[in-house]
Unconditional design. Structure first.
Length: 403
């Protein structure tokens, strides 16, 4: 949110002829801070604009004004002609008379997200939809969005084969009873996020404020609670359950978690050093040594030098491709290894940056998968096989030309 400060009285010449300036209250005389919610605030039925405002007093010379404990109420009118010169206010707020500015506090929550016109947005040729990408205009409209991530339990590893008979190393994760518990809005919290809860934990082991949160959301007691930053268009209603159909078979995603604790390890296991040579080549007692640690002139070990030490648990984020999803047990099969031990919690989100370019040909649901009760969806969806046979190697002649 953008911030501007307004003086207590309007400057000379800013008020129309015959109008008197109305001073601010004493506690607002020093400075008043107005925070404007960007992207553009919510539209009301009467055509007005809802902006989040808070006021506080600060000593002269202090650039920041502390937020007051009680925000301004709707309908409070003060003399703020000097603030009309601010570009953000002049562009965002609809002013009435030039000497007055009405500040309305938006306390209502955001409306629920729009349901896609095609329920569930069939994602794959196997479930009745095309696997082509969005149109350019629709894709450009989704570039600035930040969808919610998903928490899952790491179950273990296994092997799966595709239609060509190629073997893939798979890590299985389970999205267990994942519900939306709370919405964080700019008007109330200063940022936009969703609070999600996953799993089950006995009510006897929960704290009372947490139990009240579960009762208000209409869900059972959860094992783990986490917040994910989202954009305004990806807000989900409280109590909504997120399943594995939030992802598409074949898309790339980010998986983050904590690595296993390895204890104190050497440089070969911790950093992948090659180690020393053999005894037959003149190396004595230096097979797994770190080697040279620095220069002779500096006479020090530089900070950040790769050396032996404590290894794990460390935060790690890897790229993974969704190989298969199973909606009956909420299982998601990801290609490759994932950080953490069996039973640990990992966070799965849509790929960003360069990795997101690999998903341009896939139609992703926005903001999440919304099933249609009249449509029957398949339980298991697997990514399409490659067009060419991976085992069809080109024939190499025994002798190359010019031999």
């Amino acid at each position: 949110p953008k911030t501007c400060f307004m003086s207590g009285l309007a400057p000379a010449g800013a008020l129309p002829h015959g109008s008197a300036a109305r001073p601010l209250p004493r506690r607002l005389a020093a400075a008043t801070r107005v925070e404007i919610a960007l992207p553009p605030p919510l539209r009301r039925d009467d055509g007005g604009l809802a902006i989040a405002a808070s006021a506080g007093s600060a000593p002269p010379g202090n650039r920041r004004a502390p937020r007051s404990r009680r925000p301004l109420r709707a309908g409070d009118v003060y003399c703020c002609a000097a603030a009309a010169e601010h570009r953000a206010l002049r562009r965002t707020v609809v002013l009435g008379p030039p000497d007055l500015l009405r500040l309305e506090v938006a306390e209502a929550a955001r409306p629920p997200p729009r349901v896609p016109p095609t329920p569930g947005r069939a994602r794959h040729p196997r479930d009745g939809g095309d696997h082509q990408g969005l149109e350019d205009s629709e894709r450009e409209a989704h570039l600035g969005l930040q969808a919610e991530a998903v928490m899952a339990y790491k179950v273990g590893c296994m092997s799966l084969w595709d239609e060509w008979g190629e073997k893939h190393m798979i890590t299985v994760c389970q999205v267990d009873r994942l519900h939306v518990l709370r919405q964080m809005t700019i008007q109330r919290d200063g940022y936009e996020a969703l609070q999600l809860g996953m799993g089950y934990r006995s009510a006897h082991r929960q704290k009372r404020p947490t139990l009240g949160l579960f009762i208000k959301a209409g869900v059972g007691p959860k094992h783990h609670i986490c917040e994910f930053r989202v954009s305004s268009d990806c807000m989900l209603p409280v109590g909504h359950q997120i399943t594995v159909r939030h992802f598409v078979a074949g898309q790339w995603c980010f998986v983050s978690g904590m690595t296993k604790a390895k204890g104190y390890q050497g440089v070969m296991k911790r950093w992948g050093f090659a180690g020393g040579g053999s005894d037959k080549r003149g190396h004595r007692q230096s097979h797994r040594a770190a080697g040279s640690m620095g220069q002779r002139g500096a006479a020090k070990v530089w900070k950040g030098k790769k050396a032996h030490g404590h290894m794990g648990p460390d935060p790690r984020c890897v790229n993974a491709q969704v190989f298969r999803i199973e909606s009956a047990r909420n299982l998601i099969f990801l290609k490759g290894p994932l950080p953490g031990f069996k039973g640990s919690i990992v966070k799965i989100s849509d790929a960003r940056g360069k990795t997101a370019l690999k998903n341009r040909h896939i139609r992703l649901p926005h903001p999440t998968f919304v099933p249609d009760p009249e449509v029957e969806y398949p339980v298991t969806i697997q990514k399409p096989p490659p067009e060419r046979d991976p085992f069809l190697y080109p024939e190499q002649p025994l002798y190359q030309p010019n031999d």
